[in-house]
Design a protein around this ligand. Structure first.
Ligand SMILES: [Zn+2]
Length: 585
């Protein structure tokens, strides 16, 4: 039984599995698996990844499907029943799983991989953008009004309408007032958010709900634009933008659920069967739990609890980690934030920034890092995932992990991670291996940041930046992701960046520090089997094998062959089909 959804980027099959069946099949081993398939995929170029791990230098295992002429697929058919893979192998072998009701899908030579996992995303932000009216590229007031009317058709009276992408920079010499905006929307407060973050525009109702009157003083560094009689016109500039933004309430649970579901369906269409949500607060958890309870989660969500939401973190510490690998929503990880980014010079460095002498970034405490809370969660059995970007940030986090592990050696088993791990001091790489840490990193950041990174930190430190090979050799685990919406989650862009260290324009020739690139198999594993290990699901998903979840991604290019021969062609790939077990409870 499965539901079919046609979407622009590809087809998604959401396989429904009755409560507990997946877990039952996994627990009881292969003997209890059904003998007739619901769905048979044939004529595919299937890479199961069901062979030995590559060596730290990338050398494939002896049993990998790699011959004198290169990589070749190790199966051509997959049979699926009740959301579980019951067969993988040759086309002839698959025939005995075909029954009268079996749906057969000819893949016509498309490439089949284990379902892709995005191991660090902010899907709440993607969802939030879906609830806002996109005003980018509009140049006249009339165009903006039309788009707002169009985008808010299903809004109830009183509900806030938020638009974004209004280019306030272009309008700075001719700011509109809110007379027309108030006439058109007499019953809904409206916030039009600027593209650059320094200007917002609201109607009369929005200004009233924000409590702003002729008598309101603008905060220091901000301006409330007023008419001749001193009344606010609805335009707020610089630090005053917050007056209006703070008035926007959290969207209703129903709207949060529907936008999250839409964002997750978008990920499914783009080939992903699971996302790791890097920082889940109470509002988001409520929406995720609502979707799970309704059987409406289209893909798996590994929700990392945000330590910035201390009450939620404490509630989960008291409850303990959710280790049920069978459910669509799991929470056994907490996300903490040590430093900021290299771009903003907020990442903590051991030495001064090369382009700003005397400056070494923003320290953990200033950035809301609560060490005690993280240690407590680790002791309660949670995986810790700490954002650390600079070499001082990474060292401090390594020191912290070392101290907690020393006092409580058992916690080493919870597969702790460092998010981003962008610049690491040469002395510190080995510590990742010693503590069995996972480096959770973004190939897109590497190929995007290279443009200015040498200015920021100089050529010597660049050698230890995005150092995937050095980390692998040091024994670190590795998982790849995009930090969506921080970067583009397109898997073909990610694989290309990982394998070539070049951007979409194929710059620089030969790749940026190509000695740190990974091989095609490692790149694919960092988005599949290694990402599954990172979320404690390596026995359920991450490879294509009998008894596993039917989590499968089909694409029209071969990352193994192209990655080894013509990697620039990876950028032309597209997703054909995504299959994910759709459990309902
Ligand atoms: Zn992030």
């Amino acid at each position: 039984m499965f539901r079919r959804l046609n979407r622009a980027a590809g087809m998604i099959l959401l396989l429904a599995t009755a409560p507990g069946i997946a877990g039952l099949a996994l627990m009881t081993g292969c003997a209890r698996l059904p003998s007739i398939a619901d769905l048979l995929l044939v004529n595919g170029r299937i890479y199961t990844l069901d062979w030995g791990e590559p060596a730290p230098d990338g050398t494939p295992a002896g049993d990998a499907p790699l011959g004198a002429v290169g990589w070749y697929p190790d199966a051509e058919a997959v049979a699926i029943a009740d959301g579980i893979i019951i067969y993988t192998g040759s086309a002839e072998g698959a025939e005995r799983y075909r029954g009268p009701e079996t749906v057969v899908r000819d893949l016509d030579g498309a490439v089949v991989l284990p379902g892709l996992i995005e191991s660090h995303v902010h899907i709440n932000e993607v969802a939030e953008n879906l609830t806002r009216v996109d005003l980018r590229g509009l140049n006249t007031e009339e165009e903006i009004y039309d788009r707002l009317i169009e985008g808010s058709r299903d809004y109830a009276p009183g509900e806030w309408i938020v638009g974004w992408g209004w280019d306030e920079g272009l309008w700075a010499n001719r700011y509109p007032d809110n007379r027309r905006l108030s006439e058109l929307f007499p019953e809904n407060p409206i916030l039009v958010d600027g593209l650059h973050g320094f200007g917002v525009w609201g109607n009369r109702l929005a200004v009233a709900e924000a409590g702003v009157t002729a008598g309101t003083e603008a905060p220091v560094g901000g301006e409330i634009i007023r008419d001749g009689s001193g009344e606010p016109t609805g335009i707020f500039v610089n630090r005053a933008v917050q007056l209006l933004r703070d008035a926007v309430p959290t969207p209703s649970l129903e709207r949060r659920m529907s936008s999250l579901r839409a964002a997750l369906l978008g990920m499914a269409a783009d080939g992903f069967v699971c996302v790791h949500q890097a920082g889940t607060d109470s509002d988001m958890m409520e929406a995720l739990e609502g979707l799970e309870a309704a059987g409406e989660l289209p893909i798996r969500v590994y929700a990392m609890i945000s330590t910035r939401d201390e009450p939620l973190t404490r509630a989960w510490i008291a409850r303990g980690p959710d280790r049920d690998t069978d459910s669509m929503l799991r929470a056994c990880s907490i996300k903490a934030y040590y430093d900021a980014s290299l771009g903003s010079r907020g990442a903590m460095m051991l030495e001064d920034y090369s382009d700003m002498p005397g400056h070494r970034g923003v320290s953990g405490e200033e950035y809301g890092y609560n060490e005690e809370l993280v240690a407590e969660a680790m002791r309660a059995g949670f995986q810790a995932a700490i954002h650390a970007i600079g070499d001082a940030g990474n060292r401090d986090v390594l020191d912290f992990y070392e101290a907690v592990i020393k006092s409580d050696p058992g916690v080493i088993d919870y597969r702790h991670r460092i998010e981003h791990a962008q610049v690491v001091h040469p002395d510190d790489f080995i510590r990742f291996g010693e503590m069995r840490l996972i480096a959770s990193m973004e190939p897109p950041h590497t190929v995007e940041d290279k443009a200015w990174l040498e200015d920021r930190i100089g050529p010597d430190r660049c050698r230890n930046a995005f150092a995937w090979r050095t980390l692998r050799i040091a024994g670190a685990g590795l998982t790849f992701n995009s930090d969506l919406p921080g970067s583009d989650h397109d898997i073909f862009y990610g694989l290309h960046g990982a394998i070539t260290r070049r951007d979409r324009d194929l710059e620089p020739t030969g790749g940026w520090h190509p000695e740190q690139a990974v091989l095609p198999e490692e790149a694919v594993r960092a988005y599949t089997s290694w990402a599954a290990y990172t979320s404690f699901q390596e026995n359920e998903t991450g490879i294509i094998s009998r008894g596993r979840f039917a989590d499968i991604t089909v694409m029209d290019i071969d990352p193994f062959v192209l990655g080894s021969t013509q990697p620039e062609k990876l950028l032309e790939g597209s997703i054909v089909l995504t299959i994910v077990v759709y459990a309902y409870f």
